[in-house]
Design a protein around this ligand. Structure first.
Ligand code: PLP
Length: 398
């Protein structure tokens, strides 16, 4: 009998027990110690609400939809002109000139990171630098792209360089990085751009955390790098920049110069979006465009500053304890070396038992994350200060 055939590649996905295990252990501990206050530094989600400029724009847009003269039906699939122009001007401030037809609105980076694989034939290899955001690996398993796992390490600052032995067609670069908080320098990004141009491969640059960069000379966009327009797509999101994790909006940049075997990736993505989406809601795009106004920028920076103060609190504690870490300055994550040679799960259990601090074991982001532990700076300032105090009590040597 003829029967529907499912995508068998889903069988190759490893069950992700990471956040399930964390929740199980945390809940069990809390049940056994109901009076103890848990300090949750495992979260990758924002905790501060949308800023006032966004809220006002959203309210106004709801009213627009209530009146015939201002009502909007279907929006242009690739983005409303007012949103695309707002993103265009944001890039222009960094001397990156984009045509609005190179900018695409999206409902977030995760959606795009998976959907964009529609553009590439199955035989393309996908290179993922580990430790990595787990969705890169899983999306490529679902699409049956052979994976190349490139380990990064403390020695190369978690920002490895390409070498010619790699046969990578699709290259994931995430800077600032989740989970390590590391950032790629201009020189290192240039090396990847040169590799991609020489090997006719494509960089998928995940800029989800660009708004957290505080050091002057760190690139916010792959398009700050010479030669990138012929080899890179940038995927960005307002999730962490402006608290849109539950609201959903982002943007993707696909330059017109991306031609492979006579096919143009920008034109293909237009075809994809006009077929597979009917655009992003007018209301959301109005709210998202407000992020790029002067007022919006000032307000989101104030929120980001709260997370950065958390980062400084944790970094000061780790410095006082002599614990090595990466990140914290240009990213909302701190990737610390587990003290006393603990494995990352031993460190999880130890911090849970001794200090009621919940973080994320580095091994959950790939094998080379073993021996490290991710602390998020998205928690409340009170919890973060308390966690820093408890870390010092546990690990500060006199
Ligand atoms: N890329 C990275 C590196 C992330 O850490 C995340 C979310 O945590 C995303 C993308 C997804 O963001 P979005 O909420 O836009 O889907």
């Amino acid at each position: 009998m003829k029967m529907l055939k499912p995508n068998k590649h889903y069988q190759n996905l490893k069950d992700s027990y990471l956040f399930y295990n964390i929740a199980q252990k945390t809940n069990a501990y809390q049940a056994a110690h109901p009076d103890q206050k848990m300090l949750r530094l495992g979260i990758g989600d924002v905790t501060l609400p949308l800023c006032d400029a966004v809220i006002q724009a959203l309210h106004q847009a709801v009213d627009d939809q209530a009146n015939k003269p201002t009502f909007h039906g279907y929006m242009p699939e690739c983005g409303a002109p007012f949103f695309l122009e707002a993103v265009q001007q944001y890039y222009a401030k960094r001397q990156i000139n984009l045509d609005t037809s190179e900018i695409f609105v999206s409902s977030g980076a995760s959606d795009e990171l998976g959907d964009i694989l529609d553009l590439f034939a199955e035989e393309n290899t996908a290179l993922v630098i580990e430790p990595a955001y787990p969705a890169y690996v899983d999306a490529n398993i679902m699409a049956n792209h052979p994976l190349i796992h490139l380990n990064s390490s403390q020695e190369n600052g978690f920002t490895p360089l390409p070498d010619d032995s790699l046969e990578a067609d699709i290259i994931y670069l995430c800077s600032p990085n989740n989970p390590t908080g590391a950032v790629f320098s201009h020189e290192k990004l240039k090396a990847w751009v040169d590799y991609a141009n020489q090997h006719h491969s494509l960089i998928l640059f995940d800029a989800a955390y660009e708004a957290f960069i505080e050091e002057e000379n760190v690139p916010h966009s792959i398009f700050e790098i010479e030669g990138s327009r012929t080899c890179a797509i940038e995927i960005c999101s307002l999730s962490k920049t402006a608290g849109f994790t539950g609201t959903r909006c982002g943007y993707t940049i696909i330059p017109k110069e991306l031609n492979f075997e006579g096919m143009n990736l920008n034109a293909m993505w237009v075809r994809n979006r006009t077929t597979k989406t009917n655009g992003i809601s007018y209301i959301l795009q109005r709210g998202a465009a407000a992020v790029f106004t002067e007022e919006g920028q000032r307000q989101i920076k104030a929120n980001i500053e709260t997370y950065k103060a958390n980062a400084r609190t944790l970094m000061a504690a780790l410095d006082a304890c002599g614990i090595w870490y990466c990140g914290g300055h240009n990213a909302p994550y701190i990737f610390m070396r587990c003290p006393n040679n603990m494995t990352s799960w031993e460190c999880f259990d130890y911090l849970l038992e001794k200090a009621q601090i919940i973080g994320t074991p580095g091994a959950g982001f790939g094998q080379c994350g073993e021996g490290y532990f991710r602390l998020s700076t998205f928690g409340s300032p009170e919890d973060t200060r308390e966690a820093a105090k408890r870390l010092m009590t546990l690990f500060k040597k006199d």
